[in-house]
Design a protein around this ligand. Structure first.
Ligand SMILES: Cc1cc2nc3c(=O)[nH]c(=O)nc-3n(C[C@H](O)[C@H](O)[C@H](O)COP(=O)(O)OP(=O)(O)OC[C@H]3O[C@@H](n4cnc5c(N)ncnc54)[C@H](O)[C@@H]3O)c2cc1C
Length: 568
C-alpha cells in the first residue's frame, strides 16, 4: 500500500491533516462565500464523528472470515469501524451527505479484503461467489456516481476488495512505449515509478492523488491533459481481470480487425464484470517543456470558436480549459478574496473591462507539453487562433497558478460542508453544433431548480461551467454548483432535506442533458446515480446486450450489484 489508509479522512477528501489554503485572508474568503450565497453568516454543520456512528454487524460467519484470512493473511481482512465506514461509499455529494450524517444504512461492507496479487484477487472472488456474497472492487474510492457503494443486491453479504496493495510497475516495453502495471496503484506512485524510467502516462484527473489505475479504466476517466495523453479509452492497450468465470485477458495489439475490441468492454465496466488486476498502457517520454497560460475572450461564443479551431486544426495541445462567464467571475473574485489585489491590478482590470472584456468575459487556459520546439510552435499557433477570435493574452501567471494548485479545490469541500454549503459537479459532452445551446439549457435548468428548492427565500447559488475536454467533433461541459444546503433539525433531518434538495437538481439537470443531446456522463461513469438514464443513451438493444454480457461473466450477480445496470 502506498498511502496509509488510516491517515485519510473516512468521510471527506484527502489526508486527515490536510487543509485548503485560504491565503492570508481566511475571514474575507468566508465573507465572500457567504455574501455570494445570500447569507449573513454561514451555518455550523459539523460531521458526526466516527465513534458515534451505528454500523450494522458484519454478516460474515467465522468460517468465511477464516477462509478469507487463509487467502490474504489475517492482517489483510478488516472488519473494524474505520475500514467498513471508509469503504461504505465513494465521494459524491450524496455519499458525503450520508457519511457526514453517520447514516450508512445497510450499505456497509461486511469485510474489507486487501489482496496482494492477481491470484489472491481471483481466490477471494471465487470464495465470495461460492458463499453467496457480493464483491465491490475498490480502488481509491473517489467515485462520484455511487460506483463503490457497498450494495449486496440479491446476495447475502458484501465483501469489498481493496486493490491498493497491487501497486507495482511490472514491465516497460521501451521500444513500443507500453508499460504494464498492477491496477491498484495510486496516481502519484504510478507516475513516480514511470518517471523514474523517463516515462509518463500523463493521466492527471483532479482526483489524481487518491485514485488508482484500475478505477480510471473502470470508470473511463479523463485526465486534465486529455488532449495530449487521451482519455482512458485512448491509452488502455490491454488488461487482465479476475472474473467469476476465471482469469481473463484482453487483446493488446496496436491495431486489429479480429472483431470488436474487447478492451472497450473493460473500459466503463465499473467492477460489474470482474476486477482489473493489471493493465498495459501507452506511455510517453516525460515532456521536456511545459507552458500553461491564459487568454481572455469577450464572450463564451468567442472562446468556444477558438477552442474548436485549435482542436480541429490539430494543433498539439495538452489542455484547453474554457470557463464560462460565471466561472471566470467566480475564479477572479475568489482569488481576489484570498489575495486582495493591489492598486495596479485593480487599474489593470478596469483597462481590460474598458477594452470590452467586461461582464461576459471568459478565461481560457491553454496547456502545452512536449518537446521544446513543439511547445514553441503550438504557442505561436494557439496565440494566433486566440487573437483571431478576439482573445487577449493575460500571460503565463494564470496558467502557472492553475498548474500549481490543480489538485487543491477538492480540499475546500469539507470546510464548506462544515458550514452548511453544498458543492457538486455534473458533466456531459456533445457536438460542437449543439454545445452552446446545451450549455444554456443545463445552466438555466440548474438555476431554476436550485431556486425552487432553495434553503430559504434569501439563498442564492453559484452556478458555473467550463469546457474541460475538447475533441474534433465536440467537447465536454463541466458544471459546478455551490449553494446553501436545506437543513433540518439535527443531522438526520438535515441529511434528508439536503438529499431531497440535491436529487431535485440532479434529476432536472440530467434530464436537460439527455433530452438536449448530451451524454449522461463524459468521464465520471454511471455507477448507481446515472443508471436510470443509461437506457435513454444505449437504447433497449444496447442495454440488453450489456446485461447479457454481464450475465455470461457473472451469472450469480456477484460483481458490484446495481452499478451501471439498474438492479433487476
Ligand atoms: C474531487 C474529485 C475530482 C475528480 N476529478 C476527476 C477527473 O478530473 N477526471 C475523472 O475522470 N474523474 C474524476 N473524478 C472521479 C473519480 O476520481 C474517477 O472516477 C476515478 O477514475 C476513480 O478512480 P478510483 O481508483 O478512485 O476508483 P473507485 O472510486 O474506487 O472505483 C470507481 C469504479 O471503478 C470500479 N473499480 C475500481 N477499481 C477497479 C478495478 N481494479 N477493477 C475493476 N473495477 C474497479 C469500482 O467498483 C467503481 O465502480 C473525481 C472525483 C473526485 C472526488
Amino acid at each position: 500500500m502506498t498511502i496509509d489508509r488510516r491517515k485519510l479522512r473516512w468521510n471527506g477528501w484527502g489526508l486527515a491533516h490536510a487543509t485548503f489554503d485560504m491565503g492570508h485572508h481566511e475571514t474575507q474568503v468566508w465573507d465572500y462565500i457567504a455574501k455570494a450565497l445570500g447569507r449573513e453568516q454561514l451555518a455550523r454543520t459539523p460531521a458526526v464523528p466516527l465513534p458515534d456512528i451505528q454500523l450494522p454487524p458484519s454478516r460474515l460467519d467465522e468460517t468465511t472470515l477464516a477462509a478469507l484470512q487463509g487467502i490474504v493473511g489475517a492482517t489483510h481482512v478488516k472488519t473494524d469501524r474505520y475500514e467498513r465506514a471508509f469503504h461504505s461509499r465513494g465521494k459524491s455529494y450524496l455519499d458525503l451527505i450520508c457519511l457526514r450524517a453517520g447514516d450508512l444504512g445497510e450499505h456497509v461492507p461486511d469485510a474489507v479484503v486487501y489482496p496482494a496479487d492477481a491470484d489472491e484477487v481471483q481466490s477471494v472472488l471465487d470464495l465470495a461467489v461460492s458463499r453467496d456474497l457480493a464483491v465491490v472492487p475498490f480502488g481509491g474510492g473517489s467515485s462520484v456516481v455511487g460506483g463503490v457503494t457497498a450494495q449486496r443486491g440479491r446476495r447475502t453479504g458484501v465483501v469489498t476488495v481493496d486493490m491498493t496493495r497491487l501497486h507495482r510497475l511490472l514491465h516497460i516495453d521501451e521500444v513500443s512505449h507500453a508499460a504494464t502495471l498492477e491496477a491498484g496503484v495510486y496516481g502519484p506512485e504510478l507516475e513516480r515509478q514511470l518517471q523514474a524510467r523517463g516515462y509518463t502516462l500523463g493521466h492527471y484527473p483532479q482526483s489524481f492523488e487518491f485514485s488508482t489505475l484500475g478505477g480510471w479504466i473502470a470508470a473511463r476517466g479523463a485526465g486534465q491533459q486529455s488532449n495530449r495523453y487521451g482519455k482512458a479509452e485512448k491509452w488502455l492497450l490491454g488488461a487482465r481481470l479476475a472474473t467469476p468465470r476465471g482469469a481473463w485477458h484482453t487483446e493488446q495489439f496496436p491495431a486489429s480487425a479480429a472483431g470488436p475490441n474487447l478492451n472497450q468492454l473493460v473500459l466503463g465496466s465499473e467492477g460489474t464484470l470482474g476486477i482489473i488486476t493489471e493493465a498495459t498502457v501507452r506511455v510517453h517520454p516525460v515532456p521536456a517543456a511545459r507552458d500553461y497560460r491564459g487568454y481572455l475572450f469577450r464572450s463564451f461564443t468567442d472562446g468556444v470558436a477558438a477552442v474548436r479551431e485549435i482542436v480541429q486544426r490539430q494543433i498539439p495541445v495538452a489542455m484547453l480549459r474554457l470557463s464560462d462567464a460565471h466561472e471566470t467571475h467566480f475564479l477572479q473574485s475568489f482569488s481576489a478574496a484570498q489575495h486582495p489585489p493591489g492598486r495596479a491590478t485593480r487599474l489593470g482590470a478596469k483597462v481590460v473591462a474598458w477594452r470590452g472584456y467586461g461582464e461576459g468575459r471568459c478565461l481560457l487556459l491553454i496547456g502545452l507539453e512536449g518537446e521544446h520546439e513543439t511547445v514553441q510552435e503550438s504557442l505561436a499557433q494557439t496565440r494566433s487562433v486566440c487573437t483571431r477570435h478576439g482573445g487577449m493574452s493575460i500571460g503565463a501567471s494564470p496558467g502557472r497558478k492553475w498548474y500549481a494548485r490543480r489538485f487543491n479545490m477538492p480540499y475546500l469541500r469539507d470546510p464548506l460542508l462544515d458550514r452548511g454549503v453544498a458543492v457538486e459537479t455534473l458533466e456531459t459532452a456533445t457536438r460542437w453544433s449543439n454545445l452552446e445551446a446545451l450549455h444554456h439549457d443545463i445552466d438555466a435548468t440548474i438555476r431554476q431548480t436550485l431556486a425552487a428548492n432553495a434553503a430559504d427565500e434569501r439563498a442564492s447559488a453559484i452556478v458555473m461551467c467550463h469546457v474541460s475536454h475538447a475533441y474534433e467533433d465536440g467537447a465536454s461541459l463541466y458544471f459546478t454548483m455551490v449553494f446553501p444546503q436545506k437543513l433540518g433539525d439535527g443531522p438526520a433531518a438535515s441529511a434528508a432535506a439536503a438529499r431531497e434538495q440535491w436529487l431535485a437538481v440532479k434529476h432536472a439537470a440530467t434530464e436537460a442533458m439527455v433530452t438536449g443531446g448530451g451524454t449522461v456522463t463524459h468521464h465520471h461513469g454511471v455507477g448507481t446515480d446515472h443508471a436510470p438514464w443509461l437506457g435513454r443513451e444505449k437504447g433497449p438493444i444496447g442495454v440488453s446486450m450489456l446485461a447479457a454480457i454481464k450475465d455470461d461473466l457473472d451469472p450469480a450477480g456477484a460483481m458490484n450489484p446495481g452499478k451501471v445496470l439498474e438492479m433487476g
